[in-house]
Design a protein around this ligand. Sequence first.
Ligand SMILES: [Zn+2]
Length: 199
Amino acid sequence: MRIKTLTRLPLEGLAEKPAKEKQAQRKNAPAEVMGNWVEGRLVLSPKQNERFWSNVEKTETCWNWKASKTWGYGVMKYTSSRGIKKMVRAHRVSYSMAFGKIGTGLLVCHKCDNRACVNPDHLFAGDFRTNGMDAAAKGRTAKQLGENHGMNKLRNEDVLEIREKYSIGNVSQQQLASRFGVSQGMIWLIVKRKNWKHI
Ligand SMILES: [Zn+2]
């Protein structure tokens, strides 16, 4: 079965879902910008900086995000200079503060496998492929889950991850298929919600 793969626009900066901007737009939003780029690194506004670090609990290894999370990743809300409410992932903010801008379309991945972690020492920028190879190296790709086929290969969290990654863009159904060890048709069924409708 051949399925046409939609071309998606690359990510711009940190915000991951610009399409939702309109829904989230509010009148009279406070002018509370995320921060500025100073010498290539993100410097949060004092208010955001304070809020960011008050949400972090540092351990000897991971720095865990204690506030809201989506799919295990820490998320932070902010209002753009144009008054648009946006959400950004805390580990991406942390990465940008420590290392600078994230290349267009790149993922910020966790060496520690702890999605809530914002310790820059545990973060690296990679594309979907390196992220997949990293996951494979850690033995958590679908191929290693057993002899099951089709739907049984995937756990609920895999299905959620597939939908999320596809909605963010920059990854084709074929890439998702190889990453999760299923057919492209299966990925199509998942992202179109023809399958796994219950989650
Ligand atoms: Zn960590």
